[in-house]
Design a protein around this ligand. Structure first.
Ligand code: SF4
Length: 284
């Protein structure tokens, strides 16, 4: 029986399939639960703080206000299941805030937020490409001095070494392509702001890059459909396995994917079962 392909592709799904087809299947097709991760939660917190900062009038986007934005985002995060899943004690929570503050402080070394003209924050875009649906969330879309679009993506992990920069730009080129399909305008610039280093990696999208990405996405989608048809998603062990949320289910590490899928399906069925809250009649 063929597997149902996902309903669309995002930049993270594209790189997941390229890195390891089996990890892609676990996440995008089997929907196996992924445990909370500290780097992911920290990234969410810093993104939320920067979103709040850019909601302020330009003159108010100071480092001091960024700290307030971080505190507000941290308060709002208290009910986030990803955050709760970390089960941080007071020291762990304090360390999360300290590192997030460092990343925010580093942000101010990369650009002056009072000079940025955002037109979209955490902007959800979707656009069709043949029978494929492209989707993504753009951290920040802004206008440059000449009225051109600029796509900005914040990264809270380490910047890639120089020879891998072009590969890492793939995600922002994807967003640029989405803008082009959605608004009918190609962005003038795409940039990755690596807050840990801090360093900015910047590129100008071209006709050639756009055509290349269209071809690449079409080919990747065809490969995903083929893998679904044949139910053939193979593990591809690499250094990335150290961070893979599915290592215990992976046959390359002695895991049993079928057992994991059966357990996930049983849990999903249990969660979908309605609870009968009517009062139980008292006998007599
Ligand atoms: S552990 Fe490695 S090989 Fe296995 S699914 Fe994860 S990334 Fe792929």
């Amino acid at each position: 029986m063929a597997l149902e392909p996902p309903t669309g592709l995002s930049p993270s799904r594209v790189s997941s399939f390229q890195d390891c087809a089996l990890a892609f299947r676990f996440s995008a097709i089997d929907h196996l639960p992924e445990p909370s991760s500290l780097p992911a939660v920290r990234g969410t917190l810093v993104h939320a703080a920067l979103e709040r900062l850019f909601d302020l009038p330009p003159a108010e986007r100071t480092a001091e206000r960024a700290t307030v934005c971080l505190a507000d985002a941290h308060t709002a995060m208290q009910v986030d299941p990803e955050y709760l899943g970390l089960e941080l004690d007071d020291d762990g929570d304090a360390a999360l805030l300290v590192r997030s503050q460092e990343l925010l402080d580093n942000y101010f070394q990369l650009e002056d937020p009072t000079r940025i003209t955002p037109i979209g924050l955490e902007l959800r875009l979707e656009a069709p490409l043949g029978d494929l649906n492209l989707r993504g969330i753009i951290d920040r879309l802004e206008l440059d001095e000449d009225g051109g679009l600029v796509v900005t993506d914040y990264k809270t992990g380490a910047a890639p070494r120089q020879q891998f920069e072009q590969g890492r730009l793939g995600g922002v080129h994807f967003y640029s392509f989405l803008c082009e399909e959605f608004f009918g305008v190609r962005p003038a610039k795409v940039q990755l702001l690596y807050l840990a280093d801090p360093v900015a990696i910047i590129a100008e999208p071209t006709d050639q890059a756009s055509r290349g990405l269209r071809r690449k996405l079409t080919a990747i989608w065809a490969a995903i459909e083929r893998s679904c048809e044949r139910e053939d998603f193979r593990p591809r062990p690499s250094k990335l396995c150290d961070w893979c949320a599915f290592q215990t289910h992976c046959p390359a590490f002695g895991g049993d994917p079928d057992a994991a899928r059966a357990e996930a399906a049983a849990n999903a069925a249990l969660e979908a079962t309605p609870i009968d809250l009517r009062p139980v009649p008292v006998p007599g």
